[in-house]
Ligand binder design. Structure first.
Ligand SMILES: Cc1cc2nc3c(=O)[nH]c(=O)nc-3n(C[C@H](O)[C@H](O)[C@H](O)COP(=O)(O)OP(=O)(O)OC[C@H]3O[C@@H](n4cnc5c(N)ncnc54)[C@H](O)[C@@H]3O)c2cc1C
Length: 499
């Protein structure tokens, strides 16, 4: 064990792993490090966070702690405001350098990093930040971006570095959700955190679970089995996208795995969007939509929170999400559209309500997708989800909806997704199951008129074109009512996806 005169901190943020961690590899190559995780109570009080996310992080920290201990350097965990924790360690251990990943997060983490950077400058600590994926900080234009991302994703992942055993400070306790003052958040079927669990999921997915991925991923009854379920592990960085891409490239190529690899590519695309526009969680990509005034139905929010909108497929998805912390891609998009277009909620509110239910909350992906499905990017056509049609299409047999809505047991299959048309509706609706909060067809017409207004503003198309040139447009989510917007021709380099 060494006790060096000066020390570098390695600050683990959302890269909770030793493997394929460029900043850690660099730090370890330069001498002994103090591996640190800071549980920041203020971060965990932000409206997009929840106890289910913290529980997942804390399980991942336990694995990380074991891995670091095996390498001779136990993880140091501290609870508090980042600058206070860092300054205390600097004084106690003569810290002169600090390494971390470049974090692409919310406005809160961006502001925190600016404060930490000011502290580092003021106290003579050199802070080295390295990218952890294909995201490029300070990107001026997107020419060549996808080629660079592709080079990164197809290069070999870095091995875990050798660490110098160190007589460091007290390891500290990983705090509980309660001690971080997080509201109780029961999530009975939540995924468990920990790198070992992430690796096991990746292996089972690549070994066979992926069969039927393309056709099954949209169907909630199948999705939880045929999807990789790697999202929360990727979100906390227990496993890197490059590690997953490398393992996928070694597996047998088939259409399911090609489709999966394409989705994985999309990750960096959306993280880059947030990196370029850190205000993505509160400002629409196209400024014309800033003037849209939400007109929520009076009961919209409570109905949504309880999974009692009276729209069966929507309620089944909401209840499933409450209980599991996860949902497949298509239902996520539907929930955003239903919340914004049919219930009249503001897209920021819908995004926040969903974010804290997702164990895998990843701000870059989340807010990009929320804006697309809410129809406020200006570069994606407005699509309004039809929950009855989607229910029939994605849960035709009704097994998923019936499982989460047992009160609909008596409704015949043919009318499961629109029980108000059932002859026995009077004995059910308003008693054991609510009347629909809105008539989807009427609400769709009204939303279409509302969302068309910003598009008529002078200069709308020109601004959309500028956005399009600096922001790769996303694909069109299928299964929703499509109204094509006038849009400029797709610029060179646009990514295409197979769905
Ligand atoms: C409104 C909305 C909000 C979303 N919020 C999140 C979020 O907070 N966190 C999150 O990880 N995903 C989010 N997604 C994308 C997608 O729904 C999830 O990644 C996926 O359901 C996670 O399950 P999986 O890991 O089994 O996915 P798989 O289908 O197995 O995909 C593997 C990985 O690819 C990446 N990926 C998949 N789909 C996308 C996508 N559309 N855009 C970017 N990367 C993608 C994810 O990292 C995912 O873990 C959102 C989608 C929508 C429509």
């Amino acid at each position: 064990m060494t006790t060096p005169a000066s020390l570098a901190i390695f600050w683990f943020k959302r890269d909770l792993r030793l493997q394929d961690n460029a900043a850690l590899a660099l730090a370890a190559a330069q001498g002994p490090i103090l591996p640190l995780y800071i549980a920041e109570p203020e971060l965990w009080q932000q409206p997009d966070t929840a106890a289910r996310q913290w529980e997942f992080v804390s399980e991942t920290l336990q694995d990380l702690r074991a891995d670091l201990a095996a390498a001779g350097q136990p993880l140091v965990v501290r609870v508090g405001e980042a600058v206070t924790v860092l300054e205390t360690l600097r004084r106690a251990h003569g810290v002169t350098r600090m390494f971390s990943q470049q974090e692409t997060g919310t406005g809160w983490t961006y502001a925190r990093d600016r404060t930490v950077a000011a502290w580092a400058r003021g106290s003579g600590v050199e802070w080295v930040e390295l990218p952890q994926g294909g995201v490029i900080r300070g990107l001026q234009n997107r020419a060549g971006w996808s080629a660079r991302r592709e080079r990164f994703l197809t290069s070999p992942p870095l091995p875990a570095p050798a660490l110098v055993p160190l007589a460091g400070p007290e390891p500290g306790v990983i705090p509980t959700a309660r001690s971080l003052r997080l509201t109780e958040d029961p999530c009975r079927h939540r995924q468990q955190g920990g790198r070992s669990r992430g690796i096991a999921l990746m292996e089972s997915f690549l070994a066979g679970r992926h069969r039927g991925y393309r056709s099954g991923m949209a169907q909630p009854a199948l999705a939880e089995r045929v999807c990789s379920r790697l999202s929360p592990h990727l979100a906390v960085g227990a496993i890197s996208a490059r590690e997953v891409a490398a393992a996928t490239a070694e597996a047998d190529r088939n259409s399911d795995l090609l489709s999966f690899a394409n989705r994985l590519r999309r990750r960096d695309l959306f993280l880059q969007r947030l990196e370029d526009a850190p205000e993505l969680d509160h400002r629409p990509l196209h400024p014309a939509f800033a003037s849209l005034l939400p007109t929520p139905l009076p009961t919209a929010r409570t109905a949504w929170e309880a999974g009692e909108t009276g729209l069966p497929f929507v309620d089944a998805c909401l209840r499933y999400l409450n209980a599991t912390g996860w949902l497949g891609f298509r239902p996520r998009g539907m929930l955003v559209s239903v919340g914004c277009h049919l219930l009249g909620l503001d897209w920021r509110e819908v995004g926040g309500l969903l974010a804290r239910r997702f164990t895998d909350y990843e701000p870059g992906i989340h807010w990009s997708e929320v804006q697309i499905h809410a129809g406020v990017t200006g570069i994606d056509a407005l699509r309004i989800a039809d929950p009855v049609r989607l229910g029939r299409m994605l849960d035709g047999a009704g097994s998923f909806t019936r499982r989460w809505l047992p009160e609909l047991a008596a409704v015949p299959d043919a009318l499961l997704h629109e029980p108000w048309r059932w002859e026995g509706a009077r004995s059910l609706l308003g008693r054991r199951y609510p009347e629909p909060v809105t008539d989807p067809a009427v609400a769709t017409r009204a939303a279409r008129a509302t969302f068309a207004q910003p598009r008529r503003q002078p200069g709308f198309a020109q601004v959309a074109e500028e956005i399009s040139l600096r922001t790769p447009p996303a694909r069109r989510p299928s299964g929703a009512t499509v109204r094509r917007a006038a849009r400029p021709p797709a610029p060179e380099g646009q990514l295409s996806f197979d769905f």
